[in-house]
Every structure is written in C-alpha cells, then in structure tokens.
Design a protein around this ligand. Structure first.
Ligand code: FCB
Length: 443
C-alpha cells in the first residue's frame, strides 16, 4: 500500500484510476419557454369557503386528522397580491390555481358576479406579473347545492359541469393559457367513494365505478364547452386534466402475481381515464407523488389497492415514499399519448425542509433526462407555493416552498424556495445545485 498523507498531494492509487469523463459546469438547460411554477387549489388556500361540501364535512368530528376545519386557510382570498409577488420574486413564470365553483355558482344556475370579478382580478394579478396561467375548473370541492342532489352520482351533474366550464371559459378566455378540467379523478374516486375519507364518505367499488363514468363524461363535456366558448372569442384553448400518476413496481420481481397486479394497477389507475376520454386532451397533465411496491396477498384480492410496501425507504412527513427516479419512467410512459406534457403537481410534505431541496433537484434532474430521452415536457408546477390545508390531514402536512404561520398569516420562505428560484431563473439546473447531489460528472 502506498503511503499517503493528506498534505502530500494526489495519492498514487488515484492517478492509477481510469480517467473520469470531463466534469461539466454548464447549467442543464430546459427547453426555451419552459414553464416554471407552483400549484394550489382554491379550497386549500383561500379561506372562507362556507358553501361547498368540504365545509360541511370538516365540521364533523373525526373527519380531519388534526381536528381543524379549513377556516381562514392561508387567507389567499385577500392576500393573493402578496403571494403572487413572492412567486414572481422567486422567478416563477407560471402558476396553477383553481376557481371555487361554490363561490361562482352559489345556487343552481345563479352566477355571483362579484365572485366572478374577484377571480378576474386574481387572474389579472398573475398576468401583470407576466405569468402564464393554468386554471383548474374543478379541484375536489362541489357546491353544497350539487352535493345535496347527489354530487357526481346525480344524473344532472355532468350537464351542470358543462354549463359551469363553458361559463368560466367565456369569462376568462383572455387570461388563461391552459385549462385543466378535473384534478386527479382517480384520487377523488379512491378517497370519496372507496376509502370514504372525503365527502361524500362512500365505500363502494360499484358506486366508484359509476362516478368514474360520470367524471369521464364530465371531462368530455367540459372539453367541448371550453373549446366552444374560447373559440367564439377568436382564441385557441389548450384543455386537459391533471392525472395523479403512480409508478408501480412488483415487490417481488419474480412473482408472476405481483407482476400481473402491477400491470392491472397501472392500466386502471394511470391510463383508463385517458382511454375513455381519448382525443380530448390537448396536453397531458401529471401529478407525481407516489411510487408503490405492490405485493399480492391472496386474502386481499378484492381490494383495489393491494398490499403496499415501503420498508426502509425514504419517505416524506406523511409517509409517502420519495422516489425521484420514478418521474423519468412516468414521463416516458405518458409520452405514448403524443401530446405536450405538463407536470401539474409534484412535491413533498417536509416541515423542516431537510429533504425538499435534495428531492426537488433530484426530481428535476430526472425530468431533464426524460426530456433528453424524448418526452415532450413543457412545464413543471411544484406543489405548493405555500403551506396549505391538506384535506383530511388538516394543516399538519406542510407542502410549501414557503412556510405559513396560520396564527399570524406570516409567510416565511424555506431554503427550497431559493433553490427552486435559482432553477427557474436559470431555466435549468445550475451545476452548483447538481453538485449538491454528487452528480456533477457526466457518465
Ligand atoms: C394532490 C392534490 C392536491 C394536494 C396534493 C398534496 O393529490 O391534487 O390538492 O393535496 O396532493
């Protein structure tokens, strides 16, 4: 063994190693015009939403893990200017948000024009900051009057959604760049109609299946209505959905059962909605949070969600496995639809921000490689701009690049807000950030 002391320069065994490929210092650039933003939804950030099904649900003890109703949430209804200043100040050039159906149509067929004007001001505030806007028409919350008629199980629901989508498209066609009809149809079915932890709290695969059909019809109806309303004003609409895409892996790689279940789960969860709404997506929106290792257990064969294992895996504060590599696979798989792809959500609950910067950089590195491998990715929206109301978990899960103190409504950017800002500003991943992963070498 050659003697080595730190002060003696390069040890002999290092010079004997094969030469590393050149270390590159350039920023890993994303395509010109790439959208860099964050995503939110009305009920989770606005506060003061008293007319939707979630409001009633939150009031019932036991429904919300930390026992808290959404109440004033982040009070973004009043603080949007300040929040958009933060987003624009951190070099974000796009924003995804949703409108609250129960505000715009508080009663069946009655439009509240003050609320319509409110959202116009919100959207204009984004435009003044030169930001592209993705507007979600429906993000999980139904107006109370519609829920009372049976929600998506009511025969008239699709028609009402068509009318609502057409109306808002007519109102905001000059301010919206990308329309997202429905957020995560499959997650909604799972939470609202299978596990029953969201309103209306149903546990029935059959009813879930029927609502699946209604949501497919709702998307098709809204797709047509938005195009019609926007075309009429001489503009072109880009319409799609945000689909929660899960990367599934067999827990035992040689188990035929595990492999078959993975095939089935992937088909149903990730693709069936696109199959039933074929031809009605101008872009593909994907929300990426989950990697599941599926283990088939004969006694649980009738569960739609099988045994999932995350043993010894790194997870977020809410126990979701962190698997940045999965997004590469998801993007290339979704590229099969031959449409532009937007990452409409991605992020993690991590209150102390100890993991978020690294996971964010690692995820975007995978996105970069997916683009290099041919995926037509046009934008990335991090979930979320700021901490907000995380549905049945209440305020406990902290997904924000910016922390919120709910007692004072004070916003405090986390480290990751600055990391993301450097990426947005550079339209790519600067070498200094990649070094942080230990991946500064091209191989
Ligand atoms: C997604 C939802 C979004 C938020 C994140 C954490 O499934 O679309 O509203 O709750 O998860």
């Amino acid at each position: 063994m050659p003697e080595h002391h730190p002060s003696h320069g390069t040890p002999e065994y290092v010079s004997a190693l094969p030469t590393a490929r050149p270390h590159i210092h350039e920023t890993r650039k994303f395509p010109e015009g790439f959208l860099w933003g964050t995503a939110t939804s009305s009920h989770q950030v606005e506060g003061g939403n008293g007319k939707n099904d979630w409001h009633d649900w939150e009031m019932i003890p036991g429904h919300i893990v930390d026992g808290q109703p959404s109440g004033a949430a982040c009070d973004q209804y009043h603080r949007y200017e300040q929040d958009f200043d933060l987003a624009a100040g951190f070099h974000q050039n796009a924003h995804r948000l949703s409108i609250e159906w129960s505000r715009i149509e508080p009663e069946d067929g009655r439009w509240d024009m003050d609320e319509v004007m409110h959202y116009r001001r919100v959207l204009e505030a984004l435009k003044r900051r030169n930001m592209k806007v993705m507007l979600t028409v429906w993000h999980f919350t139904l107006p109370g009057w519609l829920a009372a008629k049976g929600g998506w199980e009511w025969r008239g629901a699709v028609g009402r959604f068509r009318r609502f989508a057409g109306f808002v498209a007519g109102e905001y066609s000059d301010l919206v760049d990308l329309w997202c009809t429905i957020n995560e149809p499959m997650v909604y079915l799972g939470q609202s109609y299978q596990s029953g932890v969201w309103p209306p709290g149903v546990k029935s695969n059959w009813r879930a299946f029927r609502v699946f059909g209604a949501l497919c019809r709702a998307h098709r109806a809204a797709y047509g209505a938005i195009h019609k309303a926007v075309d009429r004003q001489g503009r072109r609409a880009q319409v799609g959905i945000a689909q929660n895409v899960i990367t599934f892996e067999p827990y035992r790689k040689h188990s035929l059962n595990d492999i078959l279940f993975v095939w089935f789960a992937d088909k149903i969860f990730n693709h069936q909605f696109f199959i039933w709404t074929k031809g009605q997506h101008d872009y593909i929106g994907i929300n990426y949070y989950f990697h599941y290792r599926i283990k088939y257990i004969p006694s649980k064969i009738f569960q739609v969600f099988f045994e999932v294992h995350t043993e010894n895996r790194e997870t977020s504060d809410v126990g979701w496995e962190l698997n940045p590599q999965g997004i590469f696979e998801a993007l290339l798989d979704m590229n099969r639809y031959r449409r532009p792809i937007y990452i409409t959500e991605n992020g993690l609950a991590n209150a102390d921000d100890g993991k978020r910067p690294r996971i964010l950089i690692a995820t975007l590195k995978e996105v970069y490689h997916a683009i290099r491998a041919g995926a037509d990715v046009r934008g990335y929206f991090h979930w979320s701009l700021l901490d907000n109301y995380e549905w049945e978990r209440g305020f406990a899960a902290r997904f924000g690049l910016i922390a919120v103190d709910y007692a004072t409504q004070k916003r405090t950017p986390r480290r990751s807000a600055h990391v993301y800002a450097d990426i947005c500003k550079a339209n790519g991943i600067p070498h200094t950030l990649l070094r942080f992963l230990g991946h500064g070498v091209r191989w």
